[in-house]
Write a protein that binds this ligand. Structure first.
Ligand code: ADQ
Length: 736
């Protein structure tokens, strides 16, 4: 099978902010690196060939001349294509919906978000605006990588605009549990927006799991090991923990000017005989800055022996200052710092040294390098790069990292001292433990963490994400080859016409008719009956309807069709129209009384599920129950019964939302063998949707057309999307 070739593809990275920011000072424009974690991730992509960036340049203007100038420079020097936003758009889409609704909600600040219809409308409009820009620049062969919560509708817009293109999406913040996510009034639109991607990436497995659960609960998208099937497309949901550029940190540490700076800092600290605690954050309420200050205060109160011996350097970069919650936070932090310094400070000791500003990496690195402890205490954080940057800056591998257990980075930095940010006691204890930790222990821990940073640095992150998008495209294109397209349908119809002796083996539920929440509701409609009667009446056809249902239901629903039937997965045969039902092999029913109580307990424990009793089988259906509970309990029941039935002549099968017990040797394959033997068929067609139909596909002659309705691993030669497309095909045959 031919794989998609990406040789000529550009990588088009789309994010709210470009990696380069534009500011205006004294009538001239200044271009500099954007701040924050996302920009750090994007910078690694800059080194990839044929990569271009689309995003907001950080400067709002309505003057066309200014726009042209900025655009030309960004394009030429930085491969960046700006999307200009008006002040009103920024207010509603960026400060509003992105940062007052999505940001707090996704970080579990469920009381914080505002839900403004007008902001949501602008969010949609701006996503459209980005889409338009992307369409001006990209083509169907390119790879699109959309970043973060500002652009969650863009993947589906791209899917519609460029249906075959490769689209990846990465979320830099947590994806919350479905109970929190469902608070959002526009939750289904957001899921549908994301699902347009081929690959959806998160920092942590936990966030991927939350997304899959929301997609299932709110939109009914089932998944199998992180693969969601949407129409005929596979969407992969996986975790890719963002790493940092460790090499760059190590190289910078070797530079003379940085070494000199570190040396100077160290001498100053040694002279004062102080231990340094450091924190570096955007000033954001998710970073737990007040919690940390309260923890530090608790430490000073309870461990007075450290008075005068420690200094806490707190570096905060201004962020989203136009949002009220951020200006309130600034006031709170200023107050707390003042209180601590006022209460504990002395003329020659200021416990908290607070800097409210951004620092370039060259200045930040010496700080990381001389600090004894990094105190990283977010309340929630998608990843947290500061923790990783501290580890990478330790030249002699000394130093201690204190990290909240609610930061995504904790999964890779297990040697840190982890704390619950809501406990000031834990923060204080951790500080004391860190200050007392011997150097041997410090080195052991930092080395172990540094190794992991090297193993999965930002370049590996970028490459593995891009490679995975390509993989998914290749899986999709292989699937595409199995699809019964119009040409194949024409060939099937023409082979059918040529055939004199034609055998049609059709499964019922999920193939001829869609599933209903209760099994007894899936009765055939008039149109289906008409098609089946027309096929059955054609003297060249032998029509066999196959089902796992009991023979009485089949007789009642389909009995008037002049066709043959197989009931209870092959347990019973109606060999000819109107003939008597015959058992495939003598079966007992004594076991049913023994197993019924077991299966009934599941009916009670899983609301919405029900037990169906057939003549020679028992089935537990869970289509109407909570999807996740149903899946877990069905596996449990399956395991339970498999163990129980080992060494008996009964078998347990796990079908589409059903677990069933019946005699071994009874399957749809054995059920249809009788019909296969009857003639030398010159046309044979079999259709089924479930894995119980795989037994049917297995026994067919090589020339037969075997069709799986739906997608997934199968022995069938071809796929058809749905019962509807299956019916359309049969309608065509019925008219020939
Ligand atoms: P952020 O919330 O911005 O990122 P973080 O991952 O810590 O958080 O990244 C911050 C970056 O900004 C770091 O590279 C750091 O060095 C830099 N920085 C912070 N304060 C600074 C200061 N005062 N001066 C200079 N530089 C400073 C979002 C998510 C995170 C996720 C990243 C990447 O909220 O959870 O880790 O994206 O996906």
């Amino acid at each position: 099978m031919e794989n998609k070739n990406f040789q000529e593809s550009k990588i088009i990275v789309v994010s709210n902010r470009l990696p380069v920011s534009v500011t205006k000072k004294n009538k001239s424009f200044n271009f500099q690196q954007s701040p924050g974690g996302l920009a750090t991730g994007l910078r690694s992509l800059k080194q990839k060939k044929k990569t271009i960036f689309i995003g907001w340049p950080g400067y709002a203007t309505s003057k066309e001349k200014e726009k042209d100038m900025i655009e030309a420079k960004l394009k030429e020097e930085y491969s960046c294509y700006p999307v200009f936003l008006t002040n009103k758009e920024l207010e509603r889409y960026y400060y509003g919906f992105s940062n007052k609704t999505l940001w707090p909600l996704f970080h579990y600040f469920s009381a914080e978000p505002t839900f403004e219809e007008s902001e949501w409308e602008t969010y949609k409009k701006v996503n459209q605006k980005f889409f338009k820009k992307v369409m001006e620049i990209g083509g169907p062969q390119d790879i699109y990588w959309v970043h973060d919560y500002h652009l969650m509708l863009l993947p589906s817009l791209l899917r519609k605009g460029l249906p075959q293109s490769a689209v990846g999406f990465f979320l830099h913040i947590p994806f919350p549990s479905s109970e929190i996510f469902r608070i959002l009034p526009w939750r289904t639109e957001v899921i549908d927006g994301l699902i347009g991607a081929d690959l959806i990436g998160f920092h942590a497995y936990e966030y991927a799991r939350h997304f899959l659960s929301s997609a299932l609960r709110l939109r009914g998208y089932e998944h199998e090991l992180g693969s969601i099937r949407v129409d005929n497309r596979i969407v992969k949901v996986e975790n890719f923990p963002l790493g940092i550029d460790v090499k760059q940190f190590k190289e910078l540490l070797e530079q003379d000017r940085i070494e000199k700076q570190i040396q100077e800092f160290s001498e100053r600290i040694d002279a004062q005989n102080k231990r340094i605690i450091l924190s570096v954050d955007r000033l954001d309420y998710t970073k737990g800055i007040p919690h940390r200050l309260k923890g530090f205060e608790h430490f000073l109160k309870n461990y007075p022996k450290w008075h005068g011996k420690v200094v806490y350097i707190m570096l905060c970069v201004p962020s989203r200052t136009r949002v009220k919650a951020y200006s309130q936070l600034k006031e709170e932090v200023d107050r707390l710092v003042g209180e601590i310094n006022g209460r504990f400070g002395t003329p020659d000791w200021m416990p908290v040294y607070y800097m409210y500003r951004s620092l370039p990496l060259e200045k930040l690195l010496p700080l990381y390098s001389v600090a004894d402890i990094a105190l990283v205490t977010p309340v929630r954080d998608g990843m947290n790069l500061v923790a990783k940057e501290f580890v990478a800056s330790r030249k002699d591998h000394t130093g201690v990292l204190i990290l909240s257990e609610t930061a995504g980075a904790v999964a890779e930095l297990g040697e840190a001292i982890t704390i619950n940010v809501n406990s000031k006691k834990e923060i204080a204890q951790a500080l004391n433990q860190a200050l007392k930790m011997n150097q041997k222990e410090q080195k052991k821990r930092i080395k172990a963490m540094e190794k992991r940073l090297w193993d999965y640095d930002v370049y590996t992150w970028t490459q593995s994400f891009i490679d995975r998008i390509k993989d998914v495209k290749n899986i999709q294109s292989q699937r595409e080859h199995r699809k019964l397209n119009e040409n194949l349908k024409k060939k099937l119809v023409s082979d059918y016409k040529k055939g004199d002796q034609r055998l049609l083996l059709l499964d019922y539920d999920g193939t001829l008719i869609s599933f209903s929440s209760r099994p007894e509701q899936a009765q055939p409609d008039l149109e289906l009956l008409r098609i089946l009667i027309a096929l059955a009446k054609n003297p060249q056809n032998t029509l066999v309807l196959i089902s796992g249902r009991d023979r009485l239901t089949m007789e009642r629903w389909l009995g008037d069709i002049p066709c043959s039937m197989v009931a209870e997965h092959g347990g019973w045969l109606r060999k000819k129209p109107n003939s008597k039902w015959e058992m495939l092999q003598p079966l007992s029913t004594e076991w049913k009384e023994q197993l019924k109580p077991i299966i009934k307990t599941y009916e009670v424990r899983v609301p919405g599920s029900l037990v169906e009793e057939k003549e020679y089988a028992l089935a537990w259906h869970y289509r109407k129950s909570d999807p996740e509970l149903g899946e877990i309990k069905s596996c449990e029941l399956f395991d339970h019964l498999s163990e129980f039935l080992a060494n008996t002549d009964l078998q347990v099968t796990h079908g589409n939302k059903v677990v069933e017990i019946r005699a071994s040797g009874i399957d749809k394959g054995n059920g249809v063998k009788y019909f296969l033997r009857q003639k030398n068929w010159d046309f044979c067609l079999a259709m089924g949707d479930d894995w119980t139909d795989e037994d049917l596909f297995k026994v067919l002659p090589p020339k037969a057309y075997s069709i799986k309705v739906g997608y997934g691993p199968t022995q069938a030669k071809y796929d058809l999307e749905s019962p509807k497309s299956c019916r359309n095909l049969l309608r065509r045959l019925s008219k020939k």
